[in-house]
Design a protein around this ligand. Structure first.
Ligand code: G
Ligand code: G
Ligand code: MN
Ligand code: NA
Length: 254
């Protein structure tokens, strides 16, 4: 309850921070994208994990203004990186189901792109399977509008929801992010190898970029490489970083 009360004030009090985690093309050895991940620095309780407060923000509807703030912050940051002469990359931003129920979602995104001056091709919105399922027709029409604008769409946590393969055909996805739960035990679990092999083949067949999430070790990176997975994200490459550290990392990677 304490958390719920202070969540209402956190935005205006400036307690949220956006961290950035790189997505890497391991063949080229380049950072190709950054995922924006919100962090809450509470003045007395300290750091509160998004795994705790995002569900609460979704219940209370606060995810709507919070999500808008994250999107604006992330787009502004990406434009600043480009203006600083860093190699252009995409920024990935997570959207929640609640945001999809807002009638002005598409205008909100368009407004933020216009305000920040970020070209839509440098934004990718990450949605989960459950969002896609909740109101498939509405979701599809919203995603088609993003597609027309040039904004990329990623299916996040792929494999954990009701992965109806029909959605992959029906919705304009550009990217599949394989959930960490299939990556974690890849070394020891042949079932996970089979699942990931199948997802990668599916992605290749449908011309989707496939990203393995939660890559924590070099051994995992090598195995994924053998399975022809070229795009990865995880602690092995970098933890989510504050903007200043993410900027340094991008400078080094060049
Ligand atoms: O960064 P990580 O540790 O702890 O995030 C935990 C969960 O919170 C993940 O499921 C992630 O997708 C979600 N999350 C992080 N940042 C955002 C955000 O800006 N918006 C939404 N909707 N979810 C987020
Ligand atoms: O649900 P989504 O995929 O958007 O959330 C990404 C979550 O995964 C964030 O909480 C992020 O901090 C976390 N994460 C990123 N890389 C790793 C990793 O290598 N290992 C683990 N355990 N978590 C990771
Ligand atoms: Mn994500
Ligand atoms: Na994920």
């Amino acid at each position: 309850l304490i958390i719920e009360n202070s969540l209402h004030r956190a935005l205006e009090r400036g307690e949220f921070v956006v961290y950035y985690q790189p997505q890497v093309n391991t063949i080229a050895g380049e950072i190709i994208q950054m995922e924006a991940l919100i962090r809450w620095q509470h003045p007395t309780l300290g750091f509160i994990s998004p795994a705790t407060f995002i569900p609460l923000a979704e219940e209370t509807g606060l995810i709507v203004p919070i999500g808008e703030w994250v999107l604006r912050t992330a787009c502004r940051q990406n434009k600043a990186w480009q203006d600083a002469g860093l190699p252009p990359i995409r920024i990935g931003v997570n959207l929640s189901a609640r945001q999809f129920q807002q009638p002005n979602l598409v205008e909100m995104v368009a407004q933020i792109l216009s305000d920040t001056g970020l070209n839509p091709q440098f934004l990718e919105l990450e949605i989960t399977e459950s969002i896609a399922m909740q109101n498939a027709e509405l979701t599809r029409s919203i995603l088609m509008e993003f597609e027309r604008m040039g904004v990329g769409i990623a299916m996040d946590d792929f494999g954990t929801g009701y992965s109806s393969l029909g959605y992959l055909k029906k919705f304009p996805f550009h990217t599949l992010k394989i959930d960490q739960s299939f990556v974690r035990d890849l070394i020891t679990n042949p079932n996970d190898v089979a699942i990931i092999t199948a997802i990668i083949a599916l992605g290749q067949g449908l011309n989707l970029k496939v990203v393995a999430e939660g890559v924590e070790t070099e051994q995992l990176k090598e195995l994924l490489h053998t399975l022809e997975c070229q795009h990865m994200q995880g602690y092995f490459f970098s933890r989510p970083l504050p903007a200043s550290d993410a900027t340094k990392l991008m400078g080094q990677a060049r």
